[in-house]
Design a protein around this ligand. Sequence first.
Ligand SMILES: Cc1cc2nc3c(=O)[nH]c(=O)nc-3n(C[C@H](O)[C@H](O)[C@H](O)COP(=O)(O)O)c2cc1C
Length: 211
Amino acid sequence: MFVNIFSKNYNIIFDLRVMQNRKILIIYNSGYGTTREIAERIYNILSVEPRFNIHLKKINDDIEINNYDGIIIGSSVRADQLLANTRDFLSLYKEKMLSKKIALFIVSLKANSSSGQKEVREKFINKLSSQFPSLKFMSITAFGGKIDMKKLNPVMQNLIKHVFVDANIQSFGSVDSRDWDKISKWAFELKKNWCINKVIFLIIQIFLLAF
Ligand SMILES: Cc1cc2nc3c(=O)[nH]c(=O)nc-3n(C[C@H](O)[C@H](O)[C@H](O)COP(=O)(O)O)c2cc1C
């Protein structure tokens, strides 16, 4: 009986409910546009069929967190910290996000290699668990960043010299260390996990209805 009900309705349920009822917010905080471009790539991946009901917003936009099932937060790093608005956002919404699936991507020049990515990721997992112990992230990752020297004034250029040294980048100048394959892979993984979670939830619902 269960198998019949499930197989008859599987396609309809999967297409109509699993994806489109799933409201996802991608929210980004970006100084010079690097993180915004990554957020847009993730948005595009989650927007193709089978797609979610997905919104892309800047961190300062009006946001009604309660409207969403899942939240993807993207932020770049300054002086080894998430941008201040990102920390304010986590602080402001930490209670409202308790029941949500949250994923975080961090954009940082030091995440310009696999080892750098691992290091940045681990450092921020530790920081976040001490700053926001109640928040449970389903995924935290770090992506390499970008520096466009033309966009930085001389003071800023001077400030970031040590970041180049820490990131083991030999020549001081414009650099783009974003790995678009890694970014796409992470977005596809999130999509897969959200689908599986929702399908399991629906199977339980159908099971309860059937018996
Ligand atoms: C003033 C300044 C400070 C930065 N500090 C760090 C840092 O401490 N660690 C790091 O890995 N990257 C650092 N970066 C690199 C940025 O995280 C990187 O350029 C990122 O791509 C910027 O993204 P956005 O344009 O979305 O803000 C710094 C960049 C600037 C301009």
